[in-house]
Design a protein around this ligand. Structure first.
Ligand code: ZN
Length: 391
Protein backbone atom coordinates (compact mmCIF):
# COMPACT_ATOMS: atom_id res chain seq x y z
CA UNK A 1 0.00 0.00 0.00
CA UNK A 2 1.29 3.45 -0.87
CA UNK A 3 2.05 5.79 2.00
CA UNK A 4 2.78 8.86 -0.10
CA UNK A 5 0.72 11.93 0.64
CA UNK A 6 -0.72 12.31 -2.84
CA UNK A 7 -1.55 8.63 -3.45
CA UNK A 8 -1.20 6.63 -6.62
CA UNK A 9 -3.38 7.40 -9.65
CA UNK A 10 -5.58 4.39 -8.86
CA UNK A 11 -6.01 5.51 -5.22
CA UNK A 12 -6.87 8.99 -6.40
CA UNK A 13 -9.42 7.58 -8.81
CA UNK A 14 -10.98 5.43 -6.07
CA UNK A 15 -11.18 8.49 -3.80
CA UNK A 16 -12.87 10.48 -6.57
CA UNK A 17 -15.38 7.68 -7.19
CA UNK A 18 -16.15 7.65 -3.46
CA UNK A 19 -16.62 11.41 -3.50
CA UNK A 20 -19.12 11.24 -6.38
CA UNK A 21 -21.05 8.41 -4.71
CA UNK A 22 -21.17 10.37 -1.43
CA UNK A 23 -22.45 13.51 -3.17
CA UNK A 24 -25.22 11.59 -4.95
CA UNK A 25 -26.26 9.76 -1.76
CA UNK A 26 -26.37 13.02 0.20
CA UNK A 27 -28.01 15.29 -2.38
CA UNK A 28 -30.01 12.90 -4.55
CA UNK A 29 -29.85 13.07 -8.36
CA UNK A 30 -27.44 15.74 -9.70
CA UNK A 31 -26.37 16.86 -13.16
CA UNK A 32 -22.76 16.38 -14.25
CA UNK A 33 -22.27 20.15 -14.02
CA UNK A 34 -23.54 20.19 -10.41
CA UNK A 35 -21.27 17.27 -9.53
CA UNK A 36 -18.29 19.11 -11.03
CA UNK A 37 -19.09 22.25 -9.01
CA UNK A 38 -19.66 20.36 -5.76
CA UNK A 39 -16.61 18.08 -6.04
CA UNK A 40 -14.13 20.51 -7.57
CA UNK A 41 -13.35 17.86 -10.22
CA UNK A 42 -13.22 18.75 -13.91
CA UNK A 43 -16.24 17.96 -16.11
CA UNK A 44 -14.06 15.54 -18.10
CA UNK A 45 -13.12 13.63 -14.91
CA UNK A 46 -16.78 13.51 -13.79
CA UNK A 47 -17.85 12.22 -17.15
CA UNK A 48 -15.23 9.48 -17.18
CA UNK A 49 -15.98 8.37 -13.60
CA UNK A 50 -19.73 8.42 -14.36
CA UNK A 51 -19.16 6.14 -17.37
CA UNK A 52 -17.22 3.73 -15.16
CA UNK A 53 -19.81 3.78 -12.33
CA UNK A 54 -22.61 3.22 -14.80
CA UNK A 55 -20.74 0.22 -16.20
CA UNK A 56 -20.41 -1.20 -12.68
CA UNK A 57 -24.14 -0.86 -12.01
CA UNK A 58 -23.98 2.08 -9.56
CA UNK A 59 -25.74 4.70 -11.68
CA UNK A 60 -28.99 5.26 -13.57
CA UNK A 61 -30.44 8.27 -15.31
CA UNK A 62 -32.74 10.06 -12.91
CA UNK A 63 -35.19 12.93 -12.82
CA UNK A 64 -33.60 16.08 -11.52
CA UNK A 65 -35.22 17.05 -8.19
CA UNK A 66 -35.45 20.64 -9.42
CA UNK A 67 -37.75 19.48 -12.25
CA UNK A 68 -37.43 20.52 -15.86
CA UNK A 69 -35.86 18.36 -18.55
CA UNK A 70 -32.34 18.24 -17.16
CA UNK A 71 -30.68 14.84 -17.24
CA UNK A 72 -29.40 13.90 -13.84
CA UNK A 73 -27.25 11.07 -12.55
CA UNK A 74 -28.82 9.02 -9.78
CA UNK A 75 -27.65 6.09 -7.70
CA UNK A 76 -29.28 2.92 -9.03
CA UNK A 77 -31.85 0.92 -7.10
CA UNK A 78 -29.31 -1.91 -6.80
CA UNK A 79 -26.76 0.43 -5.19
CA UNK A 80 -28.65 0.18 -1.93
CA UNK A 81 -31.53 1.36 0.24
CA UNK A 82 -31.88 3.33 3.46
CA UNK A 83 -34.25 2.20 6.23
CA UNK A 84 -35.97 4.50 8.73
CA UNK A 85 -37.82 3.51 11.94
CA UNK A 86 -39.78 5.88 14.16
CA UNK A 87 -41.19 5.03 17.57
CA UNK A 88 -43.91 7.39 18.72
CA UNK A 89 -46.20 7.57 21.69
CA UNK A 90 -48.52 4.86 20.35
CA UNK A 91 -47.15 3.70 17.01
CA UNK A 92 -44.11 2.48 15.15
CA UNK A 93 -43.47 3.54 11.56
CA UNK A 94 -41.01 2.13 9.05
CA UNK A 95 -39.98 3.56 5.67
CA UNK A 96 -37.52 2.45 2.99
CA UNK A 97 -36.03 4.71 0.32
CA UNK A 98 -33.49 4.11 -2.41
CA UNK A 99 -30.27 6.11 -2.54
CA UNK A 100 -31.75 8.35 -5.24
CA UNK A 101 -34.10 9.64 -2.48
CA UNK A 102 -37.26 7.94 -3.74
CA UNK A 103 -39.39 6.67 -0.86
CA UNK A 104 -40.30 3.10 -1.84
CA UNK A 105 -42.57 1.94 1.02
CA UNK A 106 -43.97 3.11 4.34
CA UNK A 107 -45.81 1.10 6.99
CA UNK A 108 -47.29 1.82 10.40
CA UNK A 109 -48.52 -0.35 13.28
CA UNK A 110 -50.13 0.71 16.54
CA UNK A 111 -48.07 0.06 19.66
CA UNK A 112 -49.28 0.12 23.24
CA UNK A 113 -47.86 3.11 25.08
CA UNK A 114 -46.61 0.88 27.90
CA UNK A 115 -44.89 -1.65 25.64
CA UNK A 116 -41.48 -3.02 26.65
CA UNK A 117 -38.51 -1.97 24.51
CA UNK A 118 -37.96 -5.58 23.33
CA UNK A 119 -41.57 -5.77 22.14
CA UNK A 120 -41.19 -2.55 20.14
CA UNK A 121 -37.91 -3.73 18.63
CA UNK A 122 -39.48 -7.04 17.59
CA UNK A 123 -42.45 -5.33 15.94
CA UNK A 124 -40.25 -2.83 14.08
CA UNK A 125 -37.91 -5.66 13.06
CA UNK A 126 -40.81 -7.59 11.57
CA UNK A 127 -42.00 -4.52 9.62
CA UNK A 128 -38.47 -3.98 8.24
CA UNK A 129 -38.17 -7.68 7.26
CA UNK A 130 -41.55 -7.59 5.51
CA UNK A 131 -40.78 -4.42 3.58
CA UNK A 132 -37.34 -5.53 2.43
CA UNK A 133 -38.80 -8.83 1.31
CA UNK A 134 -41.66 -7.15 -0.56
CA UNK A 135 -39.12 -4.93 -2.32
CA UNK A 136 -36.84 -7.87 -3.08
CA UNK A 137 -33.91 -6.12 -1.38
CA UNK A 138 -31.20 -8.30 0.18
CA UNK A 139 -29.77 -7.30 3.58
CA UNK A 140 -26.31 -6.58 2.16
CA UNK A 141 -27.90 -3.81 0.07
CA UNK A 142 -29.08 -1.89 3.17
CA UNK A 143 -26.76 1.08 3.61
CA UNK A 144 -27.91 1.71 7.16
CA UNK A 145 -30.87 2.10 9.51
CA UNK A 146 -31.88 5.39 11.12
CA UNK A 147 -34.16 5.37 14.15
CA UNK A 148 -36.16 7.98 16.02
CA UNK A 149 -37.22 7.74 19.65
CA UNK A 150 -38.96 10.35 21.75
CA UNK A 151 -37.08 10.95 24.95
CA UNK A 152 -33.48 11.60 25.83
CA UNK A 153 -30.69 9.25 24.80
CA UNK A 154 -27.50 9.29 26.88
CA UNK A 155 -24.61 9.74 24.46
CA UNK A 156 -22.08 8.02 26.73
CA UNK A 157 -23.98 4.78 27.42
CA UNK A 158 -26.47 4.73 24.54
CA UNK A 159 -29.26 4.27 27.12
CA UNK A 160 -32.66 5.91 27.07
CA UNK A 161 -32.86 8.32 30.01
CA UNK A 162 -35.92 9.24 31.99
CA UNK A 163 -38.76 9.22 29.47
CA UNK A 164 -42.28 10.10 30.39
CA UNK A 165 -43.33 9.31 26.83
CA UNK A 166 -42.05 5.72 26.50
CA UNK A 167 -41.61 4.35 30.05
CA UNK A 168 -40.85 0.82 28.79
CA UNK A 169 -37.64 2.07 27.15
CA UNK A 170 -36.00 3.62 30.22
CA UNK A 171 -32.53 2.10 30.65
CA UNK A 172 -32.72 0.22 27.32
CA UNK A 173 -29.99 0.60 24.68
CA UNK A 174 -32.03 1.04 21.51
CA UNK A 175 -29.17 1.09 18.97
CA UNK A 176 -27.71 -2.15 20.31
CA UNK A 177 -31.14 -3.85 20.59
CA UNK A 178 -32.26 -2.92 17.08
CA UNK A 179 -28.88 -3.64 15.55
CA UNK A 180 -28.90 -7.12 17.12
CA UNK A 181 -32.45 -7.77 15.87
CA UNK A 182 -31.76 -6.65 12.28
CA UNK A 183 -28.09 -7.54 11.87
CA UNK A 184 -27.58 -4.03 10.46
CA UNK A 185 -25.89 -0.80 11.55
CA UNK A 186 -28.41 1.39 13.43
CA UNK A 187 -28.16 5.01 14.54
CA UNK A 188 -30.62 6.82 16.80
CA UNK A 189 -31.39 10.53 16.67
CA UNK A 190 -33.89 12.74 18.46
CA UNK A 191 -37.12 13.79 16.78
CA UNK A 192 -36.21 17.45 16.12
CA UNK A 193 -32.94 16.50 14.40
CA UNK A 194 -34.79 13.98 12.26
CA UNK A 195 -37.44 16.56 11.35
CA UNK A 196 -34.71 18.93 10.17
CA UNK A 197 -33.18 16.30 7.87
CA UNK A 198 -36.55 15.17 6.50
CA UNK A 199 -37.61 18.72 5.61
CA UNK A 200 -34.26 19.27 3.85
CA UNK A 201 -34.55 16.13 1.72
CA UNK A 202 -38.30 16.05 1.01
CA UNK A 203 -40.00 19.08 2.49
CA UNK A 204 -40.01 22.80 3.21
CA UNK A 205 -36.23 23.10 3.58
CA UNK A 206 -35.32 21.35 0.34
CA UNK A 207 -31.74 22.02 -0.65
CA UNK A 208 -30.91 24.20 2.39
CA UNK A 209 -27.49 23.69 3.95
CA UNK A 210 -28.21 26.09 6.87
CA UNK A 211 -31.55 25.24 8.46
CA UNK A 212 -33.21 25.59 11.84
CA UNK A 213 -36.14 23.23 12.42
CA UNK A 214 -38.31 23.95 15.45
CA UNK A 215 -40.58 21.15 16.62
CA UNK A 216 -43.54 22.29 18.70
CA UNK A 217 -45.43 19.36 20.19
CA UNK A 218 -45.60 18.05 23.76
CA UNK A 219 -42.09 19.49 24.14
CA UNK A 220 -40.28 22.15 22.14
CA UNK A 221 -36.92 21.37 20.52
CA UNK A 222 -34.83 22.39 17.55
CA UNK A 223 -32.73 20.54 14.99
CA UNK A 224 -29.80 22.57 13.67
CA UNK A 225 -28.22 21.86 10.29
CA UNK A 226 -25.07 23.91 9.81
CA UNK A 227 -22.94 23.70 6.70
CA UNK A 228 -25.07 20.77 5.54
CA UNK A 229 -24.57 18.62 8.64
CA UNK A 230 -26.51 18.08 11.86
CA UNK A 231 -24.98 20.07 14.67
CA UNK A 232 -24.78 18.29 18.06
CA UNK A 233 -22.46 20.58 20.02
CA UNK A 234 -19.88 19.28 22.51
CA UNK A 235 -22.46 17.47 24.66
CA UNK A 236 -24.78 16.14 21.98
CA UNK A 237 -27.60 18.33 23.29
CA UNK A 238 -27.36 21.33 20.92
CA UNK A 239 -30.76 22.59 19.83
CA UNK A 240 -32.49 22.64 23.24
CA UNK A 241 -34.38 25.77 22.22
CA UNK A 242 -37.24 24.71 24.54
CA UNK A 243 -35.16 25.71 27.55
CA UNK A 244 -34.13 29.18 26.43
CA UNK A 245 -35.35 31.62 29.06
CA UNK A 246 -38.09 33.80 27.59
CA UNK A 247 -39.62 35.19 30.79
CA UNK A 248 -37.57 34.99 33.99
CA UNK A 249 -40.64 35.32 36.15
CA UNK A 250 -42.72 32.96 34.01
CA UNK A 251 -44.10 29.53 34.97
CA UNK A 252 -41.74 26.86 36.32
CA UNK A 253 -40.55 24.48 33.60
CA UNK A 254 -40.05 20.72 33.96
CA UNK A 255 -36.28 21.41 33.83
CA UNK A 256 -36.57 23.42 37.08
CA UNK A 257 -36.03 26.88 35.60
CA UNK A 258 -38.63 29.56 35.13
CA UNK A 259 -40.12 30.91 31.94
CA UNK A 260 -38.47 28.52 29.45
CA UNK A 261 -39.88 28.56 25.92
CA UNK A 262 -41.35 25.09 26.51
CA UNK A 263 -43.17 26.30 29.62
CA UNK A 264 -44.78 29.00 27.42
CA UNK A 265 -45.34 27.16 24.11
CA UNK A 266 -45.25 23.40 24.85
CA UNK A 267 -48.38 21.26 25.06
CA UNK A 268 -48.99 21.91 28.78
CA UNK A 269 -48.80 25.67 28.26
CA UNK A 270 -51.28 25.48 25.38
CA UNK A 271 -53.69 23.02 26.99
CA UNK A 272 -53.75 24.20 30.60
CA UNK A 273 -55.60 27.51 30.05
CA UNK A 274 -58.18 25.67 27.90
CA UNK A 275 -59.13 22.91 30.34
CA UNK A 276 -62.22 24.69 31.59
CA UNK A 277 -63.26 25.41 28.04
CA UNK A 278 -62.52 22.02 26.46
CA UNK A 279 -62.91 19.60 29.35
CA UNK A 280 -60.42 17.43 31.14
CA UNK A 281 -58.22 15.93 28.46
CA UNK A 282 -57.96 18.13 25.39
CA UNK A 283 -55.17 17.33 22.92
CA UNK A 284 -53.12 19.66 20.72
CA UNK A 285 -55.01 18.24 17.76
CA UNK A 286 -58.35 19.30 19.32
CA UNK A 287 -57.06 22.80 19.99
CA UNK A 288 -55.72 23.22 16.45
CA UNK A 289 -59.00 21.96 14.94
CA UNK A 290 -61.07 24.34 17.08
CA UNK A 291 -58.78 27.26 16.35
CA UNK A 292 -59.07 26.60 12.62
CA UNK A 293 -62.85 26.51 13.01
CA UNK A 294 -62.74 29.99 14.58
CA UNK A 295 -62.69 29.37 18.36
CA UNK A 296 -61.26 32.61 19.73
CA UNK A 297 -59.91 31.13 22.99
CA UNK A 298 -57.97 28.46 21.11
CA UNK A 299 -56.72 31.06 18.65
CA UNK A 300 -55.54 33.28 21.48
CA UNK A 301 -53.59 30.49 23.19
CA UNK A 302 -51.92 29.48 19.91
CA UNK A 303 -51.04 33.12 19.16
CA UNK A 304 -49.46 33.44 22.63
CA UNK A 305 -47.36 30.35 21.92
CA UNK A 306 -46.38 31.90 18.58
CA UNK A 307 -45.33 35.07 20.37
CA UNK A 308 -43.01 33.18 22.74
CA UNK A 309 -41.63 31.10 19.85
CA UNK A 310 -40.97 34.29 17.87
CA UNK A 311 -38.75 35.70 20.64
CA UNK A 312 -36.67 32.51 20.67
CA UNK A 313 -36.54 32.25 16.87
CA UNK A 314 -35.34 35.86 16.60
CA UNK A 315 -32.45 35.03 18.91
CA UNK A 316 -31.59 31.90 16.95
CA UNK A 317 -31.70 33.86 13.66
CA UNK A 318 -29.37 36.51 15.07
CA UNK A 319 -27.00 33.80 16.29
CA UNK A 320 -26.95 31.45 13.30
CA UNK A 321 -28.45 33.33 10.32
CA UNK A 322 -29.93 30.19 8.75
CA UNK A 323 -31.35 30.22 5.21
CA UNK A 324 -34.76 29.26 6.57
CA UNK A 325 -36.63 28.36 9.74
CA UNK A 326 -39.11 25.47 9.43
CA UNK A 327 -41.67 24.95 12.18
CA UNK A 328 -43.01 21.41 12.58
CA UNK A 329 -44.73 19.28 15.20
CA UNK A 330 -48.42 19.01 16.08
CA UNK A 331 -48.92 22.70 16.85
CA UNK A 332 -47.52 23.69 13.42
CA UNK A 333 -50.72 22.26 11.93
CA UNK A 334 -52.30 25.56 13.07
CA UNK A 335 -50.43 27.18 10.13
CA UNK A 336 -50.57 30.96 10.04
CA UNK A 337 -52.55 31.11 13.30
CA UNK A 338 -49.23 30.16 14.91
CA UNK A 339 -46.82 31.52 12.31
CA UNK A 340 -48.19 35.04 11.81
CA UNK A 341 -47.59 36.11 15.44
CA UNK A 342 -44.32 34.17 15.43
CA UNK A 343 -43.11 36.01 12.31
CA UNK A 344 -44.25 39.40 13.62
CA UNK A 345 -42.25 39.06 16.85
CA UNK A 346 -39.26 37.54 15.07
CA UNK A 347 -39.22 40.44 12.58
CA UNK A 348 -39.39 42.95 15.42
CA UNK A 349 -36.67 41.34 17.51
CA UNK A 350 -34.18 40.16 14.90
CA UNK A 351 -31.43 42.35 13.46
CA UNK A 352 -32.03 43.87 10.02
CA UNK A 353 -30.00 41.23 8.15
CA UNK A 354 -32.05 38.31 9.49
CA UNK A 355 -35.43 40.03 9.80
CA UNK A 356 -36.71 38.71 6.47
CA UNK A 357 -35.47 35.14 6.72
CA UNK A 358 -38.29 32.85 5.62
CA UNK A 359 -40.16 31.15 8.48
CA UNK A 360 -42.45 28.45 7.13
CA UNK A 361 -44.46 25.48 8.33
CA UNK A 362 -43.08 21.99 7.78
CA UNK A 363 -44.93 20.01 5.12
CA UNK A 364 -44.30 16.41 6.23
CA UNK A 365 -46.63 16.32 9.26
CA UNK A 366 -46.50 13.09 11.22
CA UNK A 367 -44.22 11.46 8.62
CA UNK A 368 -41.38 13.89 9.46
CA UNK A 369 -39.64 11.59 11.96
CA UNK A 370 -39.69 8.36 9.97
CA UNK A 371 -38.57 10.13 6.80
CA UNK A 372 -35.91 11.91 8.85
CA UNK A 373 -34.66 8.53 10.04
CA UNK A 374 -34.24 7.55 6.37
CA UNK A 375 -32.58 10.90 5.64
CA UNK A 376 -30.17 10.31 8.53
CA UNK A 377 -28.75 7.36 6.57
CA UNK A 378 -28.69 9.30 3.28
CA UNK A 379 -27.05 12.42 4.66
CA UNK A 380 -25.04 11.45 7.71
CA UNK A 381 -23.97 7.85 7.18
CA UNK A 382 -20.25 7.31 6.86
CA UNK A 383 -20.85 3.66 6.16
CA UNK A 384 -21.57 3.50 2.48
CA UNK A 385 -21.72 0.08 0.85
CA UNK A 386 -18.39 0.03 -0.95
CA UNK A 387 -18.77 -3.11 -3.00
CA UNK A 388 -20.27 -2.67 -6.44
CA UNK A 389 -23.87 -3.82 -6.76
CA UNK A 390 -24.38 -7.40 -7.93
CA UNK A 391 -24.92 -7.36 -11.69
ZN1 ZN B 1 -36.90 24.43 30.86
Amino acid sequence: MSVSGSGSPSELRAANRGRILDLLRTNGPMTQAELARASGLSPATISSIARELRGDGWLDDGDHPGGGRRRALALSRSAGVAVGIDFGHSHVRVAVADLAHTVLTEAEEPLDVDHAAEEGVELAGRLVDEQLEALGVARDRVTGVGMGLPGPLRRDSGEVGDSAILPGWIGARPEALMSARLGLAVRVENDANLGALAEIVWGAGRGCSELVYVKVASGVGAGLVLNGRLYHGSTGTAGEIGHLTIDESGPVCRCGNRGCLEALAGADAVLEPLRRRLGDRPTLRDVVARARAGDTGCRRVIADAGHALGLAVAGVCNLLAPERVVVGGELAAAGDLLLDPLRAIAARSAIAATRRLPITAGVLGERAEVLGAVALVLRESQRFVAEPPAA
